[in-house]
Design a protein around this ligand. Structure first.
Ligand code: NAD
Ligand code: WQD
Length: 336
């Protein structure tokens, strides 16, 4: 299948491009490189031995997107491109609604004009909102999101549902990711945050490699077993493989929604202790106050993806941590 991957030079996109190429699909990447790297594309070529067709373009640029669809015979779009930093979305809401919501709107307009109506969208567990009981199941309604990032994801889901209702020739798969971590086992691809990492895993890795003095654990007074927050961490390669498993689903008309997670919550303290055990490297930490907006614990009901797509997250926590560490050691400053 010929697949257009928007955001293919980013963290999850680059891992997905590897799996698509290795499975024999043909790939075109569109990325504006605002948070991705051309080095990641070179590394994909190194891993797969195949060349990557790359167009540096912004999904908000209708003319550029029309050009992509007219020059390439695209059958399906996997849409990763967007901004993803929750805290930044609070201070820059316009950028988030523009990139994530308006960007998807323009992409869909270009797709409609080109007669390409199959889309796999990178959604997030955050759309379940603040009040949802765990585990999160796809049949639950979207909840109240607490930041513009989450709201932009919920808005895109609704936009895509409305599009499918209006035109039965569209088919859309909404993939709700939980907490992707880890890196390609080669050590050549991984997460490359700009500045101080917001997320736990890259922060732990940067402390371990000596780039930061210590980790702050945001609160140990949550109603969980050890008092720290629990999340459903999954290996980015498993997540990438979830997109391949979702490709047949996007051949059927309508909207389908799948959680991509392991179905298990792991606490922050367990993450830090497991990292130290697996790598043998010390990670100094300090318990600090809670981070605004953090939920105590959530994880996926991963049953639907298993039953309908035949997908389960197969890589365990030790693999996620070891692969992160290999990537961090080989690339202490990421792709820079
Ligand atoms: P990332 O920032 O590494 O990758 C996103 C890519 O999109 C980058 O390469 C960036 O340059 C590109 N991009 C951004 N805006 C663009 C635009 N307007 N036009 C063209 N390219 C643009 O992020 P990621 O972690 O790989 O996330 C991929 C997708 O998955 C995002 O939509 C994100 O919201 C979603 N998601 C991520 C997580 C996570 O924890 N990483 C969890 C749930 C959902
Ligand atoms: C995990 C846990 C923190 C950093 C975010 C988005 C979510 C999704 C994934 C896109 C929390 C704790 C963290 C640190 C810490 N992204 N922590 N010290 O918040 O579950 O999810 O990324 O869709 O929408 O909200 O992930 O990695 O930031 O935090 O103690 O320095 O680690 O409090 O409990 P989160 P995270």
């Amino acid at each position: 299948m010929q697949v257009l991957v928007t955001g293919g030079a980013g963290y999850i996109g680059s891992h997905t491009v590897v799996e698509l190429l290795q499975a024999g699909h043909s790939v075109v990447v569109v990325d504006n490189l605002c948070n991705g790297s051309e080095v990641a594309l070179q590394r994909i070529e190194k891993i797969t031995g195949q060349s990557v067709r790359f167009i540096r373009a912004d999904i908000r640029d209708r003319q550029a997107m029309d050009g992509v669809f007219s020059r390439h015979d695209i059958e399906t779009v996997i849409h990763f491109a967007g901004l993803k930093a929750v805290g930044e979305s609070v201070s820059r809401p316009l950028d988030y609604y523009e990139n994530n919501f308006y960007g998807t709107l323009v992409l869909c307009q270009a797709m409609e004009a080109a007669g390409v109506r199959r889309l796999v969208f990178s959604s997030s567990a955050t759309v379940y909102g603040e009040e949802a009981p765990v585990p999160y199941v796809e049949t639950m309604p979207r909840g109240t999101t607490s930041n513009p990032y989450g709201t932009s994801k919920a808005m895109v889901e609704k936009l895509l549902e409305d599009l499918v209702s209006a035109n039965a020739r569209w088919s859309v798969v909404l993939l709700r990711y939980f907490n992707p971590i880890g890196a390609h086992p080669s050590g050549w691809l991984g997460e490359c945050p700009q500045g101080i990492p917001n997320n736990l895993m890259p922060f732990i890795a940067q402390v371990a490699v000596g780039r930061r003095e210590r980790l702050s654990i945001f609160g140990d007074d949550y109603p969980t077993a050890d008092g720290t927050c629990e999340r459903d961490y999954l290996h980015v390669v498993d997540l990438a493989l979830g997109h391949l498993k979702a490709l047949p689903a996007v051949l059927e008309p309508g909207v389908s929604i799948y959680n991509l997670g392991t179905g298990q919550g792991v606490s922050v303290l367990a993450m830090v202790n497991s990292f130290m055990r697996v790598t043998g490297v010390d990670v100094p930490y300090l318990i600090t106050s809670r981070r605004a907006g953090d939920l105590p614990a959530f994880w996926a009901d991963a049953g639907k993806a298993r039953r309908k797509l035949g997908w389960t997250a197969e890589r365990g926590l030790d693999d996620m941590l070891m692969d992160t560490w290999r990537w961090q050691c080989k690339n202490p400053y990421g792709y820079r």
